[in-house]
Design a protein around this ligand. Structure first.
Ligand code: SF4
Length: 469
């Protein structure tokens, strides 16, 4: 089915007479009669969408509702300057909220090329402000309330990062109060009704602030009655962390003692991470995201599935030492000796539950490090969209919001600038560039505003959730 314009859309939904069941947070008299009529139509349309199978409603929302609804966004500060088509486009695609732009883990396989966050200056920002985050979630909630439906239909969960690790995701407000990842995740869930992913490749043992923060996050999540907002709590299990990567390089140079030292430091780092997050094992939301090169692939030395198994044996050996020490001393985690084997077994089972993922890693960064003939590189090139129009038409093109309000898009293979900028207090500052493979051709305002003229909705039939690992 293809709905060409608003008139067709209106006549189409007029065939249905669904009763409005939405309560407005704002008193209806503040909205014009015309807007209220339109809202009713949207509500009817929303019911229709729920009844359809195999149609990805994201494109209906992005293409067909907005023009009829122009004006409904009035007074919502974060969307100031954007028309309803642009707002719908943002809301329908929103996926990665770059609360912090930058990462201390610097993994060799990072699809988003996370590098150390730059120091903030008067015209450069790395972390979203509390006001902007609050304005964003309040704005989404408000527009959903006015529309009477949730504008984000994609089943993909939201991430509060693009190129950073959740152990570093928090916001400090003007009064110095820290707003934790847990608080931010609940706010986002409340606004979008999308589950939020927690993912970490760990933090450094000597980073006392991160340690404290993670102990708090784990306590809040493991003791909560309801973790509805949490999609999963994941530990990234791979051989690409900057410490292991460095050790492999040193070994190749014959510097074995240095390499051994780093490997030991890395094992102690991850053992501390596993020790700290142990209470998450009981939540039913814990998982490992495993990645490595297949044992027979080119350049896999140090990064193969077999190497990953050896790395994790080492991690568990160090974890056992921490558990035993805890049992003898504080009994913070280990209250009974048998818990030591119980937890290590749970970790081990979870690690190998789905087997190690040896699909080629599609990171631009990895492709720069390895042999150009490597399968990982070929896979990346084959999958580049290399066209903003092609990307925008794909159901697998996701929106990223940066701390300065810039809205960019990625297919996970390549990325595109868009002209959309949210009305953030830090909108005039610069922030880190978007990766991977930023295309020189941006997505334009015309492309976004003309979506309904070239989108064939039949193209967007989707068969449920993608594997987002
Ligand atoms: S993969 Fe994750 S943890 Fe590693 S550098 Fe990228 S964002 Fe950071």
């Amino acid at each position: 089915m293809r709905l060409q314009n608003t008139n067709t859309y209106n006549s189409f939904i007029n065939q249905y007479s669904f009763k409005s069941c939405i309560k407005y947070r704002q008193t209806p008299e503040k909205l014009s009669k015309k807007t209220l009529q339109l809202i009713n139509k949207v509500q009817e349309y929303n019911v229709y969408l729920k009844e359809q199978e195999g149609i990805n409603p994201i494109y209906f929302v992005a293409c067909y509702m907005p023009k009829a609804l122009e004006g409904i966004q009035k007074g919502i500060s974060v969307f100031k300057g954007l028309n309803m088509t642009e707002i719908s486009f943002v809301l329908a695609h929103i996926n990665e909220i770059g609360v912090l732009r930058g990462c201390f883990n610097n993994c060799a396989h990072c699809y988003a090329e996370g590098s150390y966050p730059k120091r903030e200056t008067t015209d450069y920002i790395s972390r979203m402000s509390w006001k902007d985050y609050k304005d964003l979630t309040d704005g989404i909630k408000e527009i959903n309330d006015r529309l009477g439906c949730i504008t984000r239909y994609t089943p993909i969960p939201i991430m509060l990062f693009h190129d950073s690790d959740c152990s570093q995701v928090y916001i400090k407000d003007g009064r110095g109060k820290i707003h934790s990842w847990t608080e931010l995740a609940k706010m986002m869930y409340d606004a979008t009704k999308a589950d939020v992913i927690f993912s970490t490749a760990g933090w450094y043992k000597n980073d006392k602030a991160a340690q404290q923060r993670m102990e708090q996050y784990v306590k809040e999540m493991s003791e909560a009655d309801n973790l509805d907002y949490l999609y999963h709590f994941a530990i990234s299990a791979n051989p690409y962390h900057t410490m292991h990567h460095k050790a492999v390089q040193l070994m190749k140079e014959g510097k074995y003692d240095k390499a051994k030292f780093i490997i030991q430091q890395d094992a102690e780092r991850m053992a501390n991470v596993l020790f700290t997050v142990t209470p998450m094992l009981k939540t039913g939301k814990f998982k490992f995201i495993t990645r490595a090169m297949s044992n027979d692939s080119k350049n896999s030395e140090g990064f193969s599935a077999n190497d990953l198994k050896a790395i994790w044996r080492h991690y568990f050996k160090e974890l056992r030492k921490l558990y035993e020490n805890d049992f003898r001393t504080n009994q913070k985690i280990i209250k009974k000796r048998e818990d030591i084997n119980l937890y290590i077994d749970k970790y081990r089972k979870e690690l190998y539950r789905k087997g190690i993922n040896t699909e080629p890693v599609v990171a631009e960064r990895l492709s720069k490090i390895y042999d150009k003939e490597d399968s990982a590189v070929a896979f990346t090139k084959e999958n580049l969209f290399n066209s903003p129009l092609k990307a925008i038409k794909s159901p697998y093109c996701y929106g990223i919001i940066s701390p300065n309000g810039e809205f960019d898009m990625t297919t996970y293979f390549d990325s595109y600038k868009t002209p959309i900028k949210l009305n953030f207090e830090n909108k005039n500052k610069r922030t880190a560039p978007i990766s991977p493979n930023l295309n020189s051709e941006p997505i334009t305002k015309e492309m976004i505003n003309d979506l309904d003229s070239y989108i064939d909705t039949a193209y967007f039939k989707t068969n449920g959730e993608q594997d987002i690992n």
